[in-house]
Design a protein around this ligand. Structure first.
Ligand code: SF4
Length: 194
């Protein structure tokens, strides 16, 4: 398996890698340790459309966040972690992650990603007071409490993800077929259940 061209150690962890890790640890390992070039799935293409800056600005305005910034990159030196927040309103301390394909209840992996954004905002003195997941309609479908439990959870998620991707051996996985069928990395996965 070819190594990732940007391999460094200790590895930086992104909020996206944390999300993948909560979905399937092997998927996070493959995303971090193999060369890019995976064909986007239909849901990824749909997600990209809903993450265009104009579209994120429309969603922010309709949610009442008139002065929000979109696609805000943040980094935590303490945790060597980073992520790009879809919508960030510094005035109200609101963080919004937009999910084009989310169902009524988001998957735990989406909440994990949001927890990492909350930690990144807190570490950058942006004083987060509300963290939510929205669909493009827009409709808020989930919120995370802004408290020390969420921040501690985010720290654990980052460390757990780093432990997995830093390991030279891919983790074992036994995922249900409905996960593997549309997985971006199924063609190079050693344990696909398709
Ligand atoms: S194909 Fe299945 S087991 Fe392999 S990385 Fe994807 S979700 Fe995980």
């Amino acid at each position: 398996m070819p190594g990732h061209p940007e391999y460094t150690s200790p590895r930086p962890v992104t909020a996206t890698l944390v999300k993948l890790h909560e979905w399937c640890p092997l998927l996070a390992w493959l995303a971090a340790n193999t060369a890019p070039g995976i064909a986007p799935t239909p849901s990824m293409q749909q997600g990209r459309r809903s993450h265009a800056p104009d579209e994120l600005t429309r969603i922010a305005r309709q949610l009442g966040l008139q002065h929000a910034m979109v696609q805000v990159p943040l980094h935590s030196t303490r945790h060597n972690a980073s992520g790009t927040i879809d919508i960030l309103d510094p005035e109200t301390g609101t963080i919004i992650e937009v999910k084009a394909t989310a169902r009524r209840r988001p998957h735990r992996s989406h909440l994990a990603q949001l927890a990492v954004y909350t930690l990144l905002a807190a570490e950058n003195n942006l004083h987060p007071r509300r963290a939510a997941i929205a669909t493009p309609e827009p409709r808020i479908i989930a919120e995370l409490p802004i408290d020390h439990h969420t921040l501690q959870w985010a720290e654990k998620l980052i460390h757990r993800t780093r432990r997995t991707i830093d390991n030279p051996t891919p983790p074992l996985a036994n995922q249900p077929p409905q996960k593997c069928r549309y997985c971006t990395h199924r063609h190079i996965c050693p344990y696909p259940n398709t």
